[in-house]
Ligand binder design. Structure first.
Ligand code: DGL
Length: 281
């Protein structure tokens, strides 16, 4: 299918968990997947510098791919810069992934909810605003994990799995209070669903691990019907059979290339080092 692609953006391979769900609802749609792996992990970045990087890099990608929709499939980026991106590029259509605090507060029976995210997402004013607006009646435990995004990348790249470390990272999510227990853990980093099976095995008791990707996909489906997608792109040949993957650090290693192929993605070698410019490692 020719036409404008949907661009799915993350700091690494976590956004594939969102791409997977969007594909389910829009199987004919073309995609460009962008991993800003030269900047990974975003959880460590100073806010002003990351905001500046995102505005510059997304601007370059808008020019290169003229996407119909840009999905910021990264909570760390979206909670910081979604509003700035919309202001900088009012012509573009952005969808962001932000912590699923509202649905968690609606569904929790015990009222004890944990939000598992990067330390940066936990500290964002945006996250605080979501809690104050939608979950004032619940008790939220905010767990900023320094290591899980890296562990998820390693697990998917080569099967690496440090179960003791993962158990330690998720342990603070499990709270018991007045005979109630945490019953929902919000996966507020798109890397974490890649570890969901391990989380379930290592959890001290069963909880609902809330992955917002299916809800994001439904949202993208709804707005895709309203956004014109038929304007031909500069960069998309009509006969190209696969979707593209772009890595800001350059061609990825063989295991990642294989992973991309499993997701129907092939590295875009036309997105050259010169284009990557200041965003390369
Ligand atoms: N996948 C990103 C998120 O959803 C974060 C990973 C990182 O760069 O630290 O927050």
């Amino acid at each position: 299918m020719a036409g404008r692609p949907i661009l799915v953006f993350d700091s690494g391979i976590g956004g594939l968990t969102v791409l997977r769900e969007i594909r389910r609802v829009l199987p004919e749609q073309r995609f460009v997947y962008v991993a800003d792996d030269a900047g990974f992990p975003y959880g460590d970045w100073d806010e002003a510098r990351l905001r500046e990087r995102l505005i510059g890099l997304i601007g370059e990608l808008l020019t290169a791919y003229t996407p119909a929709i840009v999905v910021i499939a990264c909570n760390t980026a979206a909670t910081l810069a979604l509003a700035d991106l919309r202001a900088a590029y009012p012509e573009a259509c952005f969808v962001g992934t932000v912590p699923a605090i509202k649905p968690a507060a609606e569904q929790s029976r015990s009222g004890l909810i944990s939000v598992l995210a990067t330390p940066a997402t936990i500290q964002r004013a945006y996250t605080r605003h979501l809690i104050d607006t939608f979950a004032a009646h619940c008790e939220l435990t905010l767990v900023g994990s320094r290591h899980l995004a890296r562990l998820a990348e390693a697990h998917v790249r080569d099967g690496a799995c440090d179960t003791d470390m993962i158990r330690g990272e998720i342990a603070p999510c499990f709270v018991e209070k007045a005979q109630q227990k945490t019953d929902i853990v919000v996966l507020a980093c798109t890397h974490y669903p890649l570890l969901a099976d391990l989380f379930k095995q290592l959890a001290p008791w069963p909880v609902f691990w809330l992955d917002p990707a299916p809800a994001i996909a439904r949202h993208v489906f709804n707005i895709a019907r309203t956004v014109p997608r038929d304007r031909p792109t500069l960069a998309w040949p009509n006969d190209r059979p696969t979707d593209w993957a772009v890595f800001t650090a350059g061609a990825p290693e063989a295991p990642v290339e294989r992973l991309m192929q499993q997701f129907g993605l092939v590295s875009d070698n036309t997105y050259t080092a010169t284009q990557r410019g200041e965003f390369a490692r």
